[in-house]
Design a protein around this ligand. Sequence first.
Ligand code: AKG
Ligand code: FE2
Length: 652
Amino acid sequence: TEVNDGYLRFMLTIRQFNYTVQVLGLGEEWKGGDVARTVGGGQKVRWLKKELEKHKDKQNTVIMFVDSYDVILASGPEELLKKFSRFSHRVVFSAEGFCWPDQRLASKYPVVHHGKRYLNSGGLIGYAPEIHAIVKKWKYKDDDDDQLFYTRIYLDKEQRRKFNITLDHKSHIFQNLNGAIEEVVLKFEKSRVRARNVAYDTLPVVIHGNGPTKVNTSILLHSFALLQLRPHVTYRHSHQTFALLLITRLATLIYPHTRIRLFIHNNVHRPIVIFKNNRYQYRLFACLCADMQNRYVEACKKDVSCDYFFSIDSDVALTNPDVLRILIEENKAVIAPMLSRHGKLWSNFWGALSPEGFYSRSEDYIDIVQSKRVGLWNVPYITQVYLIRGETLRSRLAPVSLYQQEGMDPDMIFCKSVREQGVFMFVSNRDEFGRLISSTNYNISRLHPDMWQIFDNPVDWREKYIHEDYSKIFEDDENFVEQPCPDVYWFPAFSERMCDELVETMEDFGGWSGGKNKDERLSGGYENVPTVDIHMNQIQYEKEWLKFLKDYIVPVTEKLYPGYYPKAQAVMNFVVRYRPDEQPSLRPHHDSSTFTVNIALNRKNIDYEVNKLSISPRKGWSFMHPGRLTHYHEGLPVTRGTRYIMVSFVDP
Ligand SMILES: O=C(O)CCC(=O)C(=O)O
Ligand SMILES: [Fe+2]
């Protein structure tokens, strides 16, 4: 009765295969009942009856009658007619494994040994005079059941013979997906995709996502119609980060600043961004209140100049600066970039829905998440990030508040409302857009919570906190690591940000020299050389530090001190602060370690000065030397400013 995305999809396949089509009921009022939930659909038979008056005398005309919202055609009329003629019957109905709507009729059906036994009225094909004669018998109400009507005719032996009716038990023509999802796979060829029934080894022509499979199979239906392969592009962006503010900063890079207005309300992990276009004036709003989602949806709905509504959660790390352009160019009402946790199957979409409306894995979910299948996918649920056309929001989506339910996740509410309005949602994995970061252990009470993400978000952690030249250490042809004296090495370790955030964290924590009294340089019989310091365990960073040692220092050690395999144990991990008026220097000593890592956290001659002639590693570079036996060393007096170093006694 109305044009929706399902109808448009159906018509796309009609045109693609050059069918002659007559649409019945468009623009009329639907009186056939709520067929998704209960019986009904009789109105379809009434329309068909009327239409067939025009064709009743055409002896050689074959007519196929199908639903449209949940149907696509998979090949053209020639193949269809060939398959129909092989049945050698005048009328063929589609078949399914459920006897609906009257279970008691099941035993009345002819026995079928291999194939689906029961009639489904979502698809039928036959000669015009016979179909006409069948539907002429319709004299019921619009919300009476069409399937029951056809079933009764079919089960009546007399009429079955008279009209020469059979069922398409093995999906030669009609594939009803309800109860048969497992039987259907998509076969990908170079330029096309075809759904194949592997139970009967057939290539059905009409794919019908009937019953509860409607939303689940939309992914299947769509990948058939629109799958296109495009080169896989990987973007590298120097500002890759997982902090909310930086995500929005990244978003603003996409448009000139003058065309964007940005509002950020940062108190929960949910920014909402609206792009507005007033004569090429883009404005961007971000908001982070739990209930704000609705408010901003409503704002975009009221304002016709709001072109797009873009919503991102803070656990989304967009690394592709073109993400908005790409999504806008896909020209869909609702679209999301496909994102997943690094190396995991956790993503921002569902391939299918369970009957209760929760997650269910689709046949192709893994391949899509891993980008083994690349394209634009019609899915029943998206979360965390999406772009909605303002126009769609205004004209086609019901107020989200209508779907509000206690304890229901806002994205579930949103997607449910979108689905029920017949609007399709898509995810694209045609490009690489970024990833999802894990935010469950994200402790915002910390000054720099990202520093603790080395376990949960190792990729983002590395990008943010490890020196950009770190990997050069392992490039063999380059003499990258510096060696100021025998067995002593300098190599890049921390990024600038790590140095700064670590110092800021320590200063924020305060209580310098907290580790002095339990300084274990005393316990191993070494000299008493306590420093003004704060230990990693004091800021609850010990686990993370040991992980850093294991992941980033051990590989360097194995390269520079070949034959030694570090255990990467350490109890003395601390930041030292030197100041002229505090502790300016450290007298000569040995460390109680097998080797020591000593990372410069700020810059000599800029942040602090040392009078004696000396060389020292750059900020973020690590200084590594053997500990307890050789390499007697000291800390030179700082004469101006403050010097910070991060020291770790490895394998004590
Ligand atoms: O100042 C330095 O770089 C040396 C620090 C040191 O040797 C130590 O903390 O054990
Ligand atoms: Fe030392």
